[in-house]
Design a protein. Structure first.
Length: 203
């Protein structure tokens, strides 16, 4: 089992501006997104898969523009509903939880209720926890790859010096086409390599 202590913590993430923290959450969720469709086993699978993708896409869009639409809460809640619909399928539930965390991470800075700087880093760590749980529950020996990729993301984000916590920092493309590069520095697991291509923007 991967040692949780080797993963970026809330304190580690506070070395980054908020926009970069959201980008980190997006990438954690994107890595295990395919595990939902393969494990959920629900009659409404297509709707829930779309909800998860929408949550991740909206968070990704925020990283690029730092603008939030009225769909923020809806994206987080529909990803949560997708997690509940997975019932006993741990991999599916954890993958959906990672997507939900990505949506919450970009939504929280708009709220007057929370200490948004603290909460964004907290839900970003929930995203990597969800990603690790999804890989483990699916029965694949890929938790180590998820952990390595999460650490690589932090290292790259720190090296790019995109701003100072708790400010938003510079806009950032969190996709594989952006400056963070591949989601899997040491190569993707077999189940990820066979996934359909994700959407690049929300509708």
């Amino acid at each position: 089992m991967t040692d949780r202590s080797v993963l970026p913590t809330e304190e580690d993430l506070k070395q980054l501006p908020l926009g970069a923290i959201v980008a980190y959450a997006v990438r954690c969720a994107r890595r295990v997104q395919p595990l939902y469709g393969r494990s959920a086993g629900t009659a409404e699978l297509a709707r829930h898969e779309a909800a998860i993708d929408e949550a991740i896409c909206l968070a990704q869009k925020f990283c690029l523009s730092h603008e939030v639409s009225g769909a923020a809460y809806g994206a987080a809640y529909t990803a949560r509903d997708a997690a509940h619909a997975a019932e006993a399928q741990d991999a599916a539930r954890a993958a959906a939880a990672a997507a939900r965390a990505a949506a919450y991470a970009f939504d929280i800075p708009q709220s007057a209720v929370y200490d948004h700087a603290l909460y964004a880093s907290r839900v970003a760590t929930e995203a990597v926890d969800g990603a690790l749980a999804a890989a483990r529950a699916a029965g694949h020996d890929s938790a180590g790859a998820v952990a390595d990729a999460a650490r690589a993301d932090l290292d790259r984000l720190l090296a790019q010096n995109r701003g100072t916590y708790p400010q938003l920092g510079e806009p950032l493309d969190p996709s594989e086409n952006g400056p963070l590069g591949t989601l899997w520095p040491k190569g993707p697991p077999a189940w990820f390599a066979a996934k359909p291509a994700p959407r690049t923007k929300s509708h």
